[in-house]
Design a protein around this ligand. Structure first.
Ligand SMILES: [Zn+2]
Length: 343
């Protein structure tokens, strides 16, 4: 089954296969949790399965058995697929026994060696995430990409194209999975939330909150994150419309940064609506946008950014949040903008 938000990128891949234009190196990009790995699996099955992704044959089943996302206790350079002509390369446990942040050059060498054996069948190498290669590793991979071999397909998965050397990117055909806000994706999400829990969540808001990444939306739900977020958002909107309610605010202790992040999203959305002269889905926010001076929104946004960055220092974040909230609660009828943080 192809996920609804994978349909366009998959169609692009399918076209490459059908026209016999599949490159030697393919780069699949998209935000964290957008499903790059799942799209890669779909591609591999489409390439190898006689029935194109039947899911039942020995080949489909052997690929389904692979679990390279799992962190192993031992250090290995590369992992072999249950399908004999496929290998995976990812970060592994380092000398100190913790998962390394980088993919190293010895791993890339082992990866390229494994792909370099002569075979009649297509050799597939999957590297994730290419953003994690250190510079030596990237240079080593580049040599292989520069001298592509017949019957070899290297698939790189990466969160962000900007983190990769341009030399690598230029050797690959790229396929991007964009964030999704369409009806079909919303329906998919509604269906999967239904399975997870029985709450009447606003799917549109949830998808906006997770920047159009459905798997992220699901994982937020499993951790109560979004329920808290909605709760904070309601309180923040309340005080902007009824400033006196600031006295009834709950104690945000321990969640100051999350509340600041929530406020930051509200202000950004407010600025967007103000600029476009639109109404959004949050009634209270529309009221604020109608009355507010945009200049004050921009200044408060700066202060919120600044407060978030200060939260990593020894600053009294509770006090700082209180000051930010006082300004936010008066944002629609400020005469002049006060100084919140000293720089
Ligand atoms: Zn099959």
């Amino acid at each position: 089954m192809i996920l609804p938000w994978h349909k366009k990128p998959f169609a692009k891949l399918k076209q490459m296969i059908d026209q016999n234009h599949l490159p030697h190196a393919l780069l699949i990009t998209g935000s964290e949790k957008i499903g790059k790995f799942e799209l890669m699996q779909q591609l591999v099955k489409t390439l190898l399965c006689e029935d194109q992704t039947c899911g039942q044959c020995a080949l489909c089943r052997s690929i389904a058995k692979d679990n390279p996302k799992q962190v192993l206790d031992d250090s290995v350079l590369i992992r072999r697929s249950h399908y004999p002509n496929m290998v995976y390369c990812r970060t592994e446990i380092n000398d100190k026994g913790v998962e390394s942040k980088n993919i190293r050059i010895d791993q890339i060498r082992a990866f390229c060696d494994a792909l370099n054996k002569t075979a009649d069948n297509l050799q597939i190498g999957v590297l994730f995430y290419a953003d994690q290669m250190n510079i030596l590793a990237a240079n080593s991979l580049l040599k292989t990409l520069e001298e592509p071999r017949e019957n070899t397909l290297i698939i790189l998965l990466a969160h962000n194209l900007k983190n990769l050397p341009a030399t690598i990117v230029s050797r690959c055909q790229s396929v991007h999975i964009p964030p999704a806000y369409d009806q079909e994706t919303k329906a998919w999400l509604t269906q999967h939330i239904g399975k997870a829990q029985n709450t009447d969540l606003d799917v549109v808001q949830l998808l906006e909150h997770t920047h159009g990444v459905p798997f992220k939306a699901l994982s937020e739900l499993s951790g109560d994150g979004f329920i808290h977020y909605q709760h904070w958002q309601n309180q923040l909107l309340d005080i902007a419309v009824h400033p006196l309610m600031i006295n009834q605010l709950e104690d945000f202790e321990g969640n100051e940064v999350e509340v600041l992040n929530c406020l930051q999203n509200l202000i950004i959305e407010g600025i967007r609506l103000k600029t476009l002269n639109h109404e959004g889905g949050l009634i209270e926010l529309n009221k604020v946008v109608k009355e507010v001076n945009s200049d004050f929104l921009f200044r408060l946004l700066d202060d919120v950014y600044h407060a978030i960055s200060l939260s990593k220092t020894t600053v009294n974040i509770k006090l700082l949040l209180d000051n930010v909230l006082i300004v936010w609660s008066h944002i629609t009828h400020l005469k002049r903008y006060p100084q919140i943080t000293s720089t």
